[in-house]
Each structure stands twice: as C-alpha cells, then as structure tokens.
Ligand binder design. Structure first.
Ligand code: SMO
Length: 759
C-alpha cells in the first residue's frame, strides 16, 4: 500500500459509544411489547434427580398465571445447546425442559404470568416430585467404577478420548537429561458479563417467531430454534441489538430461549424472560475446570525433547463445548514451545453433576498454556537457565508446525518476548526467588500464548457483507457479525471507510437482524476482524470499483485514472466531484442503485503475546497484588489501536480474577453453588487493577486479512494467568500448579515452607 491510511491504525472511540455511555442503548431486556407476559423457569434443587410428576394446579389457579409448561408439554428434541459445532463433535444431550435434572438449577418447568412477581410466586406453587439419584461433582468421582452414569456413556466420557501424536515420545524422553511430570489444575470462573441472559418472543399474524436475544451467534440461534421448535427457518427472526458481553457463553442457547418461544405460542402473547444474576451464575456456563498431567524431557542445553500430556475437562451436566474445548486444548499443546516434534497428547471430557461448563474466551487453550508456561519456568530452573532465555531458545517460530496444520510464517513469539524483556529491563531486574526477603516480596513472571484468528480448519469460517450506497453519499454496511461489546462494529466500519475512501462518519453499521443481514456464523474464536472484516473489505473494494466506473462515465475519462479520498473523486490529487454528487440523481433519488456483496471463507492466522507481570505478595496475609503488567501482542495490524488496548486491558482484568480470586465454589455434598452472586464471587474492580503497558507489534501481518490484521479478542486472557503464577513463584518460591491462587492456599504453602514468621 503506497499511500497512508486515513481511518485504519487510528484510535477511534466506538461508533456506539454515546448511546452506551448515556444509557440510551437498548439491550435484550429493555424491549417490551403491549400485552407482554413474563416467563420464569422452575429449577431443580437437586444435582441429579428424576422428575416423577409435576402438579401445576395451584400455580395455574393463581390470578395472573397464563401458562405452565412441563417436560411433557414441550418438544422432546435433543439438541447441543451450542450453536457452533466445532469439530462436528458436539453431543446433542439437552432438552428444552428436562425430566432428569443433571445439575443444581436444571430447568424442569416454566410459567408465564402477567407480572414478574406473579411468575415468581407461581414457581413456588408448582409441585415437583423427584426421585433423588446419586450425584458426582468431580472427574475423580465420575470416573470411579460404579459411579452414576449421567448420560449413559461409558465412564461418563462425553466422547471417545482425543489422541494427538507425532514423532517418538519415548525416544525423546530417553534423549533427555531431565524429565519433569506434574499435574496442573484450573478453577471454575464464571463469565460475569454485565448483561444477564434475556429474551423477548412473539409470534406475528403470519406465524413468524421474532426473538430479541442476547447472543453471539444470531444465525445459529435461528437454526437451532427452528429445528427444536419445528418452525421453518425463514419463519424465525432473531434480533440482537446491543450486547453487554458474552465471552463465549453466549455462543450457546439456554432453556429460556426455547421456553420463551413456547410460552408465547401457548398464550398467544409476547413473553419476556430475564435471568437473575443468580441464574446466570448457576444455570448458564462456567469455564471448564481442567486437570493437565504434563510430562516433558529437557537436555542440559535447554532443548525440550518430548512432551506428553493428559488433558481432562469437567464439562458438568451437559456436553456443551466440552468436546470442542478439549480438542482445542489438547491440540494446542503441540504449540507455543518446540519439543522436537515428539508429542503424545490425550484429551478427555467428563460429565459430572456440576454446573455446565462451556466456551469461554481462550476456549480450552487457556488451561493448556497455563500448564505449559508454568512448566517452562520449572524446566528452566531444573536446567539452570534464566526463564526468559529458556523461552527464547524454545519459542516456536518460522517453519514450526501450528495446531491448524499450517507452518508458522514468522518469529513473532520471540519478538514479543524480546520487546517485553526490554520494556521491563528483565536482565537487570529479574532475580531468583532465593534472594527475596521481607514481609512484602516483589516478583516478576512471564506468560505467553498464541491463538488462531478463527477456528479453521475445525469450522469452515464464512462471513458475508453487503454495502448499500445511499443517495447522499453515505453507506449502509449490512453484517451478520455480532458486536458483544468488543468494538467489532467500529472496526468493520473503519475497514469499509478505508477501502471506500470515505469518512468513517458516513458508514452506518446495520446488524443483528437475521431477516435483514447476510449470514454470519457468529462472534467467537477471535474471528470477527479477520473473517467478517475480510468480507467487508472485499464488498467495499467492489463498491469502490462501481463508483469509479460511474465517475469515469460521467466525467468521460478512464476509471483507472481516478481515486476516492475523503468521499471525493479525484484525479492526480485534484477534486473533480464528491461521491454524493456522483450518486445523486434527479429529484434527490439515487442516480443508480449501487450495492456490493462479498463472501469470505477464511484460512487461519496466528496472533502471539508475551505478558510480563509484576506482583507484590504479602507473606503475612497471603494477598497477591498485581502491580504492573507489560503486555506485548503481535497482531499483524491494529485497525483500531484504542479497541485493541481495551481488549487487552479487559483480558488482563478477567485474567487477574481467574488467577487470584474468581471461582464458583460448589457445596461438596449437594453440588449447589455457594457464591452465585457478586457479593461472594470476587471479580477484580478498578482498585485491583495494575498499571498496564500495552505494546502492539505489527511484525507479521497476514497476507489474506484486512490490512494485515489478526485477532486479539481472546489472546490477553491466555498469557496473563501463567505470568501471575510465575511471578508469585518468583516472589516467594512457592510454585502454584493451580488456579486461583487464593490467600488461604498461599498462606498454607508459605507455612509449609516455614516462611510465615520471617516478617
Ligand atoms: S470461547 Mo469463544 O466465544 O471462541
């Protein structure tokens, strides 16, 4: 590209910023219709129980109650609940309303009433007889011989184990001077999006269902609703306006979306359902608690010779993305650090009666990279190398295999490590834990990651875009891509503006109505800029060509001699006419209807990051404070650097929570969540945030992506966890192979080391 960019690479506030900060933006729960009813779900208090009977007589007798649904009143179609079938291996095991509860909070009945209060009261009047079944909450319990079978599968496995192997692992271990085998555990954080799950359903006079929903995947919701409810696809319309987060959990459908539509059909009235925060915690999704037993061999010179791992995920009562995250988490352990291409990796996903685990920012690889990057620190120490140098020696780079099967094109991971080390003055400031003394101890740690933009080749990644020229020179950009609060639509508008040569203000993004916009598979896998952005760029290039052809005709010159800049047609820098003048016809009508459409099927690109976390550990209280994070991300090209920084800061906030405080704790006897609310579930708030220095590298732009850009949505949360755990070790000499690192655990470990009296 010879000329400079005008819109790309410049930090833009989000195009919807004003409506959001003024509180005018409307989310799914903000919509209402005349005559609307309120729906609620009756949830099982038992983690595993058969529903013997349901008596709704008293509930139906309550004034204002319009309908009650039981498992026997709704379609008994098994579905996956997860609309993005990664690897085609998701299991259809969920029902709209279940007659066998498989976790505390599984929905067994539903009610519609004229007010929310009446609906709540009616829930208590629905009498459910249960046969209580034995329940298991951990993988160990679920795998024990004689354990209750939650879905009838052998050993409670969701699917046959995934095996990924290459080279000769035994020969690799034989070649090693030292071998380390250890098990790493991750916790059960909740997504904690600010906008609770909500929807509003109604059937119009043509029998078409319209659902206002909060979803990352509107077209997938349309598909699954149509299938389960037995409605023709073109008679389901999904509308998504603003979203207040999703982080992966809103890839799935929940019981309310089905139940709400069925209650609307039953009553002939619009029905709205909004989950309480407690319902969001107990009955939506969590991250998968995973245990990874990782074994690696290393030579004295720091060469890793082989890698073996067993990745076991606890998927809870239903499969959801269990198979997908287990596959990705397993396959991703082939990456990040070389091991002479000798690996044997196995992934298992196990049903339990815990809350359902699902897709969550970082999709299975967060857990893998935690294990891998903590073990990198351990191996470095074993061979007596500095942890930075040990990583640089083994970091994957140009020519190395990637999980997608493509060879990497650049040494971007090493570039991130080097840039970060320079920024924190690693070689001056890093010292081994032995020298740390005093009550409050400072530590510095590294975490790294790499992540694909999009899920190719597991999913055929496809996005579309339509651009419509208006008669005043402005443009409607029609996209099916959701913006869950990430700023994705701002980026798409920037791409269109840049490619068209028009001001950003002239682009209006139209999205989230499956009746109006072209198909998009959804917002996940850090794919929107890369895949949807490519479709937009292609459509914009097409529209530009048509505008130039029209201008050439009108001006009597070759279109190839013209260009569009700032909404004006120019030749050799000279302004000839504006785009508005070009497209304006007689009487203000458009001269010609100009429209362009593009479909894009993406391949894959990898983004990389290295995070350097600084912590202060209070050895008397066990409290860890993250004081500074230097986050270096290689993303090809930052379309909107302001948005990129926002994503990275948000990922660090979420990652600090997952590393130190956030965990949905279950009662070991009943399986009921004990902290299903923001009072007891501790998310980091503004005062808990460190100073963050974001450094964006653009060393390896992708040749197939819009302006070279790659994804950044999931990346930050993958690198921060190991960075914090490694920094805690560096400060205290206490090696945590599990998250979260809570003060009670840290104090207990310091006590074991006999270190609490040193203050
Ligand atoms: S965990 Mo995501 O929405 O790929």
């Amino acid at each position: 590209m010879s000329r400079g960019f005008s819109t790309i690479g410049v930090g833009h506030p989000r195009i919807d910023a004003i409506e959001k900060v003024t509180g005018k933006a409307r989310y799914a729960a903000d919509f209402s219709l005349p005559g609307m009813l309120y729906g609620k779900i009756k949830r099982s208090p038992h983690a595993h129980a058969r529903v013997l009977s349901i008596d709704a007589e008293k509930a139906l007798a309550l004034e204002g109650v319009k309908a009650v649904l039981t498992p026997w009143d709704v379609p008994r179609v098994l579905h996956t609940g997860a609309p993005a079938p990664r690897l085609g291996s998701l299991r259809a095991d969920q029902l709209v309303l279940t007659d066998v509860a498989r976790f505390v909070g599984d929905g067994v009945a539903a009610v519609a009433a004229t007010t929310e209060e009446i609906a709540e009261a009616a829930l208590d009047l629905i009498e459910v007889q249960y046969e209580i079944l034995p329940a298991v909450f951990t993988v160990e319990e679920a795998r024990r011989p004689g354990a209750p079978l939650i879905h009838g599968t052998e050993g409670n496995l969701v699917m046959p184990p995934i095996i990924v192997q290459a080279g000769d692992v035994e020969a690799g271990f034989a070649e090693a001077d030292l071998v380390l085998e250890a098990t790493y555990h991750t916790g059960r954080p909740s997504h904690c999006y600010m906008e609770p799950n909500a929807c509003l359903c109604y059937f119009d006079e043509s029998g078409t269902l319209t659902i206002w929903a909060s979803t990352q995947c509107a077209f997938m919701v349309r598909g699954i609703l149509s299938e389960v409810l037995g409605l023709p696809l073109h008679k389901v319309r999904v509308v998504v306006k603003h979203m207040g987060g999703g982080f992966g959990a809103k890839q799935d459908l929940y019981q309310h979306e089905f139940v709400c539509a069925l209650l609307a059909r039953r009553t002939g009235r619009p029905v709205k359902m909004v989950y309480s925060r407690k319902e969001v915690f107990m009955a939506t999704k969590t991250r998968h608690p995973v245990s990874i037993t990782l074994k690696q061999g290393v030579k004295r010179d720091g060469t890793i010779t082989a890698r073996q791992a067993l990745y076991v995920s606890n998927t809870g009562g239903y499969a959801s993305h269990g198979p997908g995250i287990t596959a990705v988490g397993t396959i991703d352990m082939t990456s990040l650090y070389r091991c002479n291409e000798n690996w044997r990796l196995e992934g298992r996903s196990v049903y339990t009666n815990a809350p359902i685990a699902g897709a969550f920012r970082g999709y299975g690889a967060v857990q893998s990279f935690f294990a891998l990057d903590v073990q990198m620190d351990e191996l470095a120490e074993m061979v007596g190398m500095n942890p930075l140098d040990f990583r640089l020696k083994n970091a994957v780079g140009e020519g190395d295999p990637s999980p997608s099967g493509h060879r990497l094109r650049a040494d971007a991971l090493a570039a991130c490590l080097r840039r970060g080390a320079e920024e924190v003055r690693w070689h001056e400031r890093w010292q081994p834990p032995e020298v740390k003394t005093g009550r409050v101890r400072w530590g510095l740690g590294i975490g790294t990651e790499m992540h694909s933009s999009g899920a190719y080749p597991d999913i055929k990644e496809q996005s579309n875009a339509i651009l419509k020229m208006n008669e005043d020179g402005t443009v409607q950009l029609l996209t099916g891509a959701a913006d869950l609060g990430t700023g994705a639509h701002t980026v798409l508008a920037q791409i269109a503006a840049e490619e068209l040569g028009m001001p950003l203000a002239n682009i209006r993004v139209v999205s989230g109505d499956t009746d109006m916009v072209p198909f998009d598979i959804g917002a996940y896998a850090s794919r929107t800029t890369y895949v949807a952005g490519s479709a937009v760029q292609r459509a914009a290039a097409e529209l530009r060509q048509r505008l130039l052809a029209l201008a050439g005709e009108k001006l009597g010159c070759e279109a190839t001699t013209l260009e569009i800049r700032d909404g004006e047609i120019r030749r050799q820098g000279q302004v000839l006419l504006s785009v508005a003048e070009l497209v304006r016809g007689e009487g203000g009508r458009p001269a010609v209807a100009l429209m362009a459409q593009a479909t894009y099927e993406a391949k894959v690109a990898y983004s990389f990051a290295a995070h350097f976390a600084e912590v202060e550990v209070d050895t008397e209280t066990g409290m860890v404070r993250v004081t500074k994070v230097v986050a270096v991300h290689e993303i090809g090209k930052a379309i909107n650097p302001l948005g990129v920084e926002g994503q990275i800061e948000g990922g660090i906030q979420q990652g600090i929570g997952h590393s130190l405080t956030e965990d949905l704790v279950l009662d070991p006897e009943t399986g009921a969540p004990l902290n299903a609310g923001f009072v007891d579930y501790k998310m980091p708030l503004a005062p808990d945030m460190p100073e963050i220095r974001v450094i964006i590298l653009e060393e390896a732009p992708d040749p197939d992506s819009p302006f070279g850009a790659k994804g950044v949505g999931e990346d930050p949360i993958m690198a921060i966890g190991p960075a914090i755990a490694n920094a805690v070790y560096n400060a205290t000499g206490v090696r945590f192979r599990e998250l979260p690192i809570t003060p009670d655990k840290l104090l207990a470990r310091l006590r074991e080391q006999g270190e609490t009296d040193t203050a």
